[in-house]
Design a protein. Structure first.
Length: 244
């Protein structure tokens, strides 16, 4: 797992207890979240403002951050931006902002999932489990998907294009892997969500647009004129090898 700032990189292996940082200014809510996450076997640290969250992440990068967007000292969006400048630590946003644009802004910055207040702690714990599953390499199966110069290694959860490593968030990787499962096929947004996150995923279909936009920035020579991640108007998206 990539670290932030000067913190040493960390790698979590199967069998290790995931380390979760909860950044929530409501102390009662934070303790409830801690209780449910510890019941799931996680090691949990809690901070109550954004500056403390960023300092803790820099000192000892956790495996995942549960991040309230409305924090004192430094708001959650600024914390998320700082985390994403230097690493790919999974982030689950907690927000009282229910407007779709606010949610999409958080995802655009690089959050891997979101949950809006009020929420069930059990649902949050389930979201954390799902994000952690996507962020840890699976059992070795030597499965590599290649579409043109793009190489997607499902064993190590790494992406390369023309031999160059590309850092992707777990959610971006899942979207790219879903499109690469059938190159040239036009996937609807709902089909991408189902392939990437499962049939029970209840996120906004527009989140696919955000992840595709971020992937284009990382993979396309000219993101404004994509050659690999193509839009199929009236349908959704396709991943193509332009030389095929």
């Amino acid at each position: 797992m990539a670290a932030v700032g000067d913190a040493a990189p960390t790698v979590r292996c199967r069998g290790m207890s995931p380390r979760i940082l909860v950044a929530e200014d409501d102390r009662k809510q934070a303790e409830l979240i801690r209780l449910y996450l510890e019941r799931d076997g996680h090691t949990v640290a809690v901070v109550h403002d954004g500056r403390s969250a960023l300092e803790r992440i820099r000192r000892n990068a956790p495996d995942l951050v549960v991040l309230d967007l409305m924090l004192p000292a430094m708001d959650g969006l600024d914390v998320a931006r700082a985390v994403r400048l230097h690493g790919d630590i999974p982030i689950v946003m907690v927000t009282a902002r229910t407007a779709e644009d606010d949610v999409l802004l958080g995802l655009d910055i690089g959050a891997d999932d979101y949950i809006t207040k009020p929420f069930s702690p059990r649902e949050l714990a389930a979201r954390v489990r799902a994000v952690l599953r996507r962020s840890v390499p699976g059992e070795p199966d030597d499965e590599v998907r290649r579409v043109g110069p793009i190489e997607i290694d499902r064993r190590t959860h790494t992406v390369r294009i023309a031999g160059r490593s590309v850092e992707c968030t777990p959610r971006e990787f899942a979207v790219l892997d879903a499109l690469a499962s059938d190159p040239g096929r036009a996937f609807t947004r709902s089909q991408v969500l189902e392939h990437a996150f499962g049939f029970d995923y209840e996120g906004l279909e527009r989140t696919v647009d955000v992840h595709v936009m971020n992937l284009r920035r990382k993979l396309e020579p000219d993101p404004s004129r994509p050659t690999y991640l193509r839009t199929v108007f009236g349908v959704g998206y396709t991943l193509e090898d332009p030389d095929a």
